[in-house]
Design a protein around this ligand. Structure first.
Ligand code: SF4
Length: 358
């Protein structure tokens, strides 16, 4: 295991303090982060405006990229999943999703969204998800979260493209690793960091009311996405075991607090599971929640996971569900499914790797 400090885990202030302690001018910190986040260089040797001795000593003591890329799978429409292994042997997934900006009035620009993991595994244990199998092994550190985005930004940069959006929607529950998630948001947003607008950063949660309320006080303009998946208490407890300690009413109250404190419209993520949560009554219940929260709804088509008893509804069924929401005045969209032919479900790439090893 490397004993080097992960540079991407440091803020500008922290790096300035570390350099000052070594007798270096503090402006060197901005130079280093400029190379990493703007020019997307990951080798100290290429930072040609730093003295050679400093480049050498930084290389001895700090790592820029700490992970090893174990596997990459690319689907036909360009969705790219990368399996990373961290120095302690833990593995996580990062996904890059290309899409078209379809907002009203948009010019149809290309979006390049990275989906970040925040934990190794996940304790929430949604019955339909591969990441929850085995629980959470550990939280990721700030540097490990930022590195995922930096790697994708670097790959895109190498082909003349750029990262435009970030979603904390990969493996793990971001708000269960609260301090790291918020610090990573600040690094990604900072001018010395990747410089992504806060509104282009989405934090997705299965629902931790206390942390949602805390997030509403951070002074951030990030989008909050609630992974709802079940529109009533009974089904929610059946699908999301973790939710049994969090009544739906309490969760919805915290979302209202977030909306009023930030003015940001909340997104409800709803993964359609055939015969489980895609009935008429579910559409009516979901519409009532969306109306109460002034939220818009993203419907996702489930990507089946080997060994789990859930299926994807037909396109006809899914479009019927979408129409039922829209008839009730809900702003809802059905997201195109991505990369069904690859290891497309959340956590599936990592799971296959461990099954292969096991
Ligand atoms: S869907 Fe998300 S919250 Fe649920 S188990 Fe999977 S990673 Fe965890």
């Amino acid at each position: 295991m490397t004993s080097k400090t992960h540079l991407l885990g440091l803020s500008l202030d922290q790096l300035e303090a570390e350099l000052a302690a070594r007798g270096e001018p503090t402006y060197r910190a901005r130079q280093v982060f400029g190379w990493i986040f703007q020019r997307l260089v990951t080798d100290f040797g290429q930072m040609t405006d730093l003295p050679a001795a400093l480049r050498q000593s930084l290389g001895n003591e700090y790592s820029i990229l700490a992970a090893r890329e174990l596997r990459r799978s690319v689907a036909a429409e360009g969705t790219t999943k990368t399996l990373l292994q961290w120095p302690d042997g833990a593995t996580t997934e990062t996904v890059m999703i290309p899409s078209q900006d379809r907002r009203a009035g948009s010019t149809g620009r290309q979006r390049r969204t990275v989906c970040l993991s925040t934990q190794v595994g996940c304790d929430v244990g949604c019955r339909f998800c591969a990441s929850g199998i085995g629980g959470a092994l550990r939280n990721l550190h700030v540097g490990e979260v930022v590195e995922q985005a930096a790697r994708v930004a670097q790959h895109l940069h190498a082909r003349g493209d750029r990262l435009s959006h970030v979603v904390f929607m990969g493996m793990g529950e971001p708000l269960a690793n609260y301090e790291v998630t918020v610090a990573a948001v600040r690094h990604l947003n900072a001018r010395w960091g990747l410089g992504l607008a806060q509104r282009r950063i989405t934090v997705s949660t299965v629902g931790l009311p206390t942390q949602i309320e805390r997030l509403s006080r951070e002074g951030l303009q990030t989008t909050l996405a609630l992974s709802l998946h079940a529109p009533n208490e009974e089904l929610r407890r059946a699908l999301i075991p973790w939710a049994s300690g969090v009544p739906l009413t309490r969760l919805l109250q915290s979302c209202e607090t977030y909306f009023h404190a930030t003015g940001r419209e909340i997104t409800l993520e709803y993964c359609l599971l055939a015969g489980t949560n895609d009935g008429h009554e579910h559409a009516a219940q979901l519409a009532a929640i969306a109306t109460r929260l002034h939220a818009h709804v993203n419907l996702l088509l489930y990507n089946p996971v080997q060994g789990l008893p859930f299926n994807r509804p037909s396109e006809v069924q899914a479009h019927g569900f979408l129409a039922a929401l829209r008839r009730r005045g809900v702003n809802a969209h059905l997201r195109p499914s991505r990369g069904l032919e690859t290891d497309a479900a959340c956590g599936q790439l990592r799971r296959r790797q461990s099954l292969r090893r096991g």
